[in-house]
Design a protein around this ligand. Structure first.
Ligand code: RP5
Length: 169
């Protein structure tokens, strides 16, 4: 049964937003995913957010670009925690969406990750689930241990081989 709901404002958001799903899959967490727009399909968006708790969903992840109202609108219709992902769209390198998602009015919070930070949104949703799920907590700890091992490996390579290799970001 899905415990996380992922929503994005457009099919054009999918290449970034799928990283949230991939992070959850690595941790063994089921999710549902939808394309719903705060502006183009406002009624469907509200209904999805309102009904999420009743479907057993515990955390929502919402990504949008441009004026990026979606995470805030979703949060307005549920008291489930909402993780917002500001997406880089057609202008301003995503700063427009970052401000729209982060600058919520008092009383309706959205936990905002970095621009295009969909993977971290998945990990943050997992951390929220891990508060009451020891299996997810163990999976997160294993994930972090893997990341630490990767850093250690790169450090050994650098100390042995000097400042060679590396890929531009
Ligand atoms: C937002 O506008 C979407 O979340 C997307 O990031 C952006 C552009 O949407 P499209 O015009 O590509 O559908 O609502």
């Amino acid at each position: 049964m899905p415990r996380v709901g992922i929503v994005m404002g457009s099919h054009s958001d999918l290449p970034v937003m799928r990283k949230a799903g991939e992070a959850l899959e690595k941790l063994g967490i089921d999710y549902e995913a939808r394309i719903l727009s705060a502006h183009r399909t406002p009624e469907e968006t509200a209904e999805w957010a309102r009904s999420a708790r009743g479907r057993g969903i515990k955390v929502l992840i919402a990504g949008a670009g441009g004026s990026a109202a979606l995470p805030g609108v979703v949060a307005a219709h549920t008291t489930l925690p909402v993780v917002g992902v500001p997406l880089k769209a057609w202008a301003t390198d995503g700063l427009d969406a970052l401000l729209a998602v982060a600058q919520m009015p008092k009383g309706i919070p959205v936990a905002t990750v970095a621009i295009n930070g969909a993977e971290n949104a998945g990990l943050l949703a997992a951390s929220i689930l891990a508060v009451t799920d020891a299996g997810v907590q163990a999976a997160l700890e294993a994930f972090r241990a893997e990341r630490a091992a990767e850093v250690g490996q790169r450090d050994r390579e650098l100390r042995d081989g000097g400042l060679t290799g590396g890929e531009p970001r």
